[in-house]
Ligand binder design. Structure first.
Ligand SMILES: *[C@@H]1O[C@H](CO)[C@@H](O)[C@H](O)[C@H]1NC(C)=O
Ligand SMILES: *[C@@H]1O[C@H](CO)[C@@H](O)[C@H](O)[C@H]1NC(C)=O
Ligand SMILES: *[C@@H]1O[C@H](CO)[C@@H](O)[C@H](O)[C@H]1NC(C)=O
Length: 220
């Protein structure tokens, strides 16, 4: 399992590095909490989601705390005669908690990776949303989403990039101290009356969706 995740992370990393424009390296070095200062504490998979069960999602923090990677194992949606028993909509929602005494973060950007195969006459849609909640499950300020609609025929691994909605004031970032982040992922495949096939799943080489969230930190 862990070597599988390692291989997946390397693939993700290589894909992302290839996608990053050169100019980005000229930006000022980000402020990051020191190593060991941030600890992931909880990862709950919402059982409401039909697309995943406990154990199907995992999260990792980069060693320099600059990014968080969420892997959704076994996430797929399909329609058509060859749907293999998968349903036309998959939904997975996770809540991630971490402790970072004296620090809080926004999500500065998100990259999302998966694989889509849809024949002519089939449509697919993908949506991922994230937001902050407090320990009672109430919404805090700050959220973002990535959405993509695809019309068949289409077959490819895809990479989506979205910049986050970073808080404008330090106070609203610091309000997120000790908050939890809730991430949902949904995929829908619709072949209508076409009797054609379509599916959305993890990368062609494996069965997992990957989402990399870039974190921008503030000292609070
Ligand atoms: C993936 O999900 C399907 C359907 O929910 C289930 O039958 C299968 O055992 C799962 N596979 C793994 C590797 O968890
Ligand atoms: C797919 O999308 C196209 C363009 O939005 C629409 O015309 C068509 O009816 C959709 N097909 C299905 C099966 O939903
Ligand atoms: C994360 O942010 C850094 C610094 O802004 C940037 O160089 C990098 O391209 C970003 N990574 C992703 C995956 O967006």
């Amino acid at each position: 399992m862990s070597s599988f995740i390692l291989v997946l992370l390397c693939t993700l990393y290589a894909t992302l590095v290839a996608a990053i424009p050169q100019a980005v390296t000229l930006a000022a070095a980000p402020v990051l909490p020191p190593k060991g200062k941030v600890t992931l504490t909880t990862l709950d998979v919402d059982l409401e989601g039909s697309g995943c069960r406990p154990g199907d999602a995992s999260v990792m923090l980069a060693s320099d705390n600059s990014a968080m990677t969420v892997i959704f194992d076994n996430f797929s949606a399909a329609d058509g005669p060859k749907n293999g028993g998968a349903s036309t909509r998959a939904f997975c929602r996770v809540n991630i908690g971490m402790t970072s005494p004296g620090w809080a973060f926004d999500i500065s950007s998100a990259d999302f990776r998966g694989y889509v195969y849809i024949e002519k006459g089939v449509n697919a849609s993908l949506v991922s949303r994230w937001k902050w909640i407090d320990k009672n499950g109430l919404d805090l300020k700050g959220k973002g989403n990535i959405q993509k609609k695809i019309t068949g025929p289409f077959e490819d691994d895809f990479l989506l990039h979205k910049d986050g909605e970073v808080s404008d004031t330090e106070a609203s970032v610091c309000q997120k101290k000790d908050a939890r982040i809730r991430i949902s992922l949904s995929a829908t495949v619709d072949s209508g009356t076409s009797k054609k096939n379509g599916y959305v799943q993890g990368g062609s080489a494996d069965a997992a969706f990957g989402e990399i969230l870039n974190l921008s930190w503030k000292k609070c």
